[in-house]
Design a protein around this ligand. Structure first.
Ligand code: B1M
Length: 221
């Protein structure tokens, strides 16, 4: 199979949720010289985007989204150690969770992998995380940054609820707060009072580093 054929097959098998085939093709792609980034950005992510578009058009339903998501997660398990390979020292501690009411975790996991790859110590508090869980995470791990993901329009208001709770607990000045997720915008992040917003994992890593540096040197981003 050529590189293009492997990528095309991963794209198609992810779309139909054929997890064993996606796993085998991902391993084959790596053996044959495709990079983890090519597998991610040229096959897996575009496939899930198309799954979302089909769901919006009413051509796909929740079960189809679910199996496509599982197929992607299986491939991510293989790519994780490769994407996270780093010799760098710890840049900072990043506490990350998907907000209450939201079960989406693939995007969050991908951000985590890229953060780990950039030298962050990442603590993942999982999905459906209520404000108390973010607070408990801050108390236990003393993070530099608290990251929140929301993937539904209906769960985005949890950003503000979490930020209010963090403020009330007296930790707002202690932590940098970053938000993200498919429906989130810079404008919405500003309205919530977050310190940073990123549209994708690579930008999230870049911004996280900038925000930490700015806080440590008292500069503005
Ligand atoms: Co759902 N879902 N889903 N879903 N799902 C979306 C998000 C949706 C956009 C599909 C659509 O209509 N086109 C839509 C939300 C619409 C909206 O509100 N605006 C939707 C819906 C409606 C729903 C349900 C309500 C469906 C229903 O039950 N009727 C339901 C809600 C369940 C709940 O949470 N309470 C639901 C359920 C599910 C499944 C469980 C079946 C499954 C989730 C599996 C899982 O995550 N383990 C699922 C899936 C797979 C999707 C789509 C198809 C794919 C999501 C994904 O993994 N994308 C999605 C459609 C889409 O996104 N196009 C959809 C790939 C991932 C790499 O990208 O998640 O955007 P993304 O993450 C990016 C960035 O957002 C960013 O970086 C990541 C990597 O680059 N980022 C951050 C993420 N977090 C960040 C944090 C940061 C910074 C950047 O700083 C802290």
């Amino acid at each position: 199979m050529t590189h293009d054929e492997i990528l095309k097959n991963i794209y198609e098998e992810t779309m139909v949720g054929n997890a064993p085939a996606v796993l085998a093709l991902t391993k084959q792609g790596l053996e044959e010289g495709l990079t983890p980034s090519q597998l991610l950005f040229d096959a897996l992510i575009p496939s899930l985007e198309e799954v979302g578009a089909r769901f919006e058009r009413g051509d796909y339903f929740v079960p189809e989204m679910l199996i496509a998501g599982k197929a992607m997660s299986g491939a991510l398990d293989v790519l994780r150690p490769l994407l996270a390979e780093t010799g760098a020292e710890t840049v900072g501690t990043f506490l990350m969770g998907t907000v209450k009411g939201d079960v989406h975790d693939i995007g969050k996991n991908l951000v985590n992998i890229m953060l780990e790859g950039a030298g962050f110590h990442v603590i993942d508090i999982g999905v459906q995380s209520p404000p108390e869980k973010f607070i408990a995470g801050i108390e236990e791990h003393n993070p530099d940054i608290v990251g929140m993901s929301a993937f539904l329009t209906t769960t985005m208001p949890m950003f503000k609820a979490n930020i209010n709770a963090i403020e009330k607990a007296g930790y707002r000045d202690k932590v940098i707060i970053m938000v993200g997720g498919a429906p989130v915008t810079q404008e919405y992040a500003d309205v919530c009072g977050a310190d940073g917003y990123a549209a994708d994992a690579a930008t999230a890593v870049r911004l996280a580093k900038q925000l930490i540096l700015a806080k440590r040197t008292d500069a503005k981003v």
